[in-house]
Design a protein around this ligand. Structure first.
Ligand code: ADP
Ligand code: XUL
Length: 528
């Protein structure tokens, strides 16, 4: 039975999962996670990153990622034993937007690697920049302004690339390196994303960038799947010659190099293009049909919808990325997710059971009380300062405050994700708070669709293994549809259905909530 390997290079850890699948048999054979801080203390990362003297500058180490790749593939090979020969294909995902700057010598170094020596020991001379900017970096405000103006405005940029300019996106990051690190820039021959860099290490030769992760750069023409020249020109002169080509996400980009075969006894498995962690999560959450939506209730709340067309968010807050299915995906992020729910919980000395009880004790609509739970500055809608707003809420009433927080979150989530698709199908939900059925009930009532809980530990990693399987089967002439590939791995474990009377209450409430939000955003803008 073939084994498919998925890796995910997240902010804090490198993860791997090995899946066995043939026909009805579908199981996780092995999984492992290497947290960077604990496994590689010599690098001195905190939560996987380095925060600069200027706290807006956040980087990580491409050497550390390479060392982790070497270690994890060794562990996978040991765990699989003789079955390692059954590894048919491997793919992966990386934290989005992060960039790796390689020298002209890198190609030769990677081609000639000696399997008796660790990978990381052989990278000298290959990196033009030792510290890679990552998605948590917020230091490129001036570059965003320049790029936006050079391409003819935020709307023009979003129409072509799927997003207006964001500080963490790779284009602004590249422009900053060009402007502020002339030596590194002069030594740069190739710029990779975290995803394509790790795929390059697996191939021992350059991997292309996939259209999914490529769309987190503010450089790709999403509709065409090719670099967009005006954005390249606005970012750096002759940038095209420093970028790999772009390929669809399901492309087999080569086979595992001789280095990995000799070093860990892996076979010449197919390497499928790596993508970003969010596009990969889409597959790991079972989102394979356009119009379907997934919500992750993690530290932040994130909404993804699989879309047929690359329609940008008219408000400018959300993103459109390429999806691994060849479609597109929206990503809308709400910073005050679990963060806000915890603030309300703690303010009234509750535990999660007390929080749930509060939701059970209060009626949908909360007697008209409203909250915009912006305990911290918010991403969607953009609000620069953390300050919750309420209307008609007794601030001493624990149960009403809990309900106001959750209802405020769900109403905002519905409104600000509606541009991507009318929520027609069921919503797949995951993340720590998805274990709370009372929260899911509010979501089902507000969105007026069933909410299905998917129990997946690392959706990006699982998605990578499933993408490897999908591309491998196609390459063997056994193409399977996405539903078949994901089935058995992403099936819902619980379902919460909407209640028509509650939904009617929320339809009316949505208007008042929108009005409160419009005023609050207006005031915030006036103050900033
Ligand atoms: P992330 O991956 O973003 O770090 P997780 O998806 O693991 O986050 O979610 C963790 C969060 O889930 C915790 O911060 C906590 O607030 C929340 N959480 C855990 N259990 C519950 C619960 N029963 N009800 C609501 N929220 C919960
Ligand atoms: C998405 C984003 C993060 C990173 C890290 O735009 O910045 O989700 O992909 O996970």
């Amino acid at each position: 039975m073939p084994i498919y390997l998925g890796l995910d290079c997240g902010t804090q850890s490198l993860n791997a999962v090995a899946l066995e699948m043939r026909g009805e048999v579908r199981r996780v054979r092995y999984q492992v996670s290497l947290p960077f801080d604990e496994t590689f203390p010599d690098y001195g990362t905190e939560s996987g990153v380095f925060v600069g003297k200027d706290p807006l500058v956040v980087t990580s180490s491409p050497r550390m990622w390479a060392e982790a790749l070497d270690m994890i593939l060794g562990q996978v090979a040991t765990a699989l034993g003789p079955d390692v020969s059954k590894v048919a294909a491997i793919s992966g995902s990386g934290q989005q937007h992060g960039s790796v700057f390689l020298t002209a010598a890198a190609a030769g170094i990677l081609r000639e690697m000696d399997p008796t020596r660790p990978l990381v020991a052989q990278l000298d001379g290959a990196l033009a920049l030792e510290r890679s900017p990552v998605w948590m970096d917020g230091s490129t405000g001036p570059q965003c302004v320049m790029i936006t103006s050079a391409v003819g405005g935020a709307e023009e940029l979003a129409t072509h690339t799927g997003s207006r300019a964001f500080e963490r996106f790779t284009g602004p990051q590249i422009r900053k390196v060009r402007e502020t690190e002339p030596t590194a820039w002069a030594a740069t021959d190739r710029i990779h994303l975290v995803s394509s860099y790790l795929a390059t290490l697996l191939l021992g030769a350059e991997s292309p960038i996939d259209a999914g992760d490529g769309s987190g750069m503010n450089l790709l023409d999403l509709g065409r799947g090719t670099w967009w020249q005006p954005a390249l020109d606005a970012t750096a002169p002759r940038l095209r010659s420093r970028l790999p080509r772009v390929v669809p996400s399901d492309t087999v980009v080569g086979r595992l190099s001789r280095y990995w075969r000799a070093r860990h006894g892996l076979p010449a498995a197919r390497v499928v293009a790596w993508t970003g962690d969010n596009p990969s999560s889409l597959i790991g959450l079972g989102l394979v049909r356009p119009g379907t939506t997934a919500v992750s209730l993690g530290t932040s709340d994130t909404v993804f919808t699989l879309m047929s067309e690359p329609t940008p968010d008219p408000s400018g807050a959300g993103h459109v990325f390429g999806a691994p299915t060849g479609d597109f995906m929206s990503l809308v992020c709400f910073r005050n997710g679990s963060l806000a729910r915890e603030r309300v919980r703690d303010a009234f000395d509750l535990d999660w059971e007390g929080f749930s009880q509060a939701l059970r004790d209060t009626p949908p609509g909360n007697g008209g009380a409203l909250m915009l739970p912006w305990f911290e500055a918010e991403i969607t809608p953009p609000v620069s300062r953390g300050r919750p707003r309420t209307r008609g809420l007794d601030l001493g009433d624990a149960a009403a405050s809990v309900r106001a927080c959750v209802e405020g979150q769900m109403l905002a989530m519905k409104r600000h994700s509606a541009w991507a698709a009318p929520a027609a199908g069921p919503i797949h939900v995951t993340g720590g708070a998805a274990g709370n059925p009372e929260i899911l009930q509010v979501m089902a009532d507000v969105f007026e669709v069933p909410v299905m809980r998917v129990d997946v530990t690392n959706a990006a990693c699982l998605g990578a293994a499933l993408r490897a399987a999908h591309a491998d089967l196609a390459a063997d002439g056994l193409a399977a549809d996405w539903d078949t590939v994901v089935s058995g791995f992403t099936d819902p474990v619980a379902e919460v259905r909407p209640r028509p009377e509650a939904s009617a209450v929320y339809r009316e409430m949505a208007r008042r909530h929108a009005e409160l939000e419009r005023r609050a955003v207006g005031k915030d803008l006036a103050l900033s």
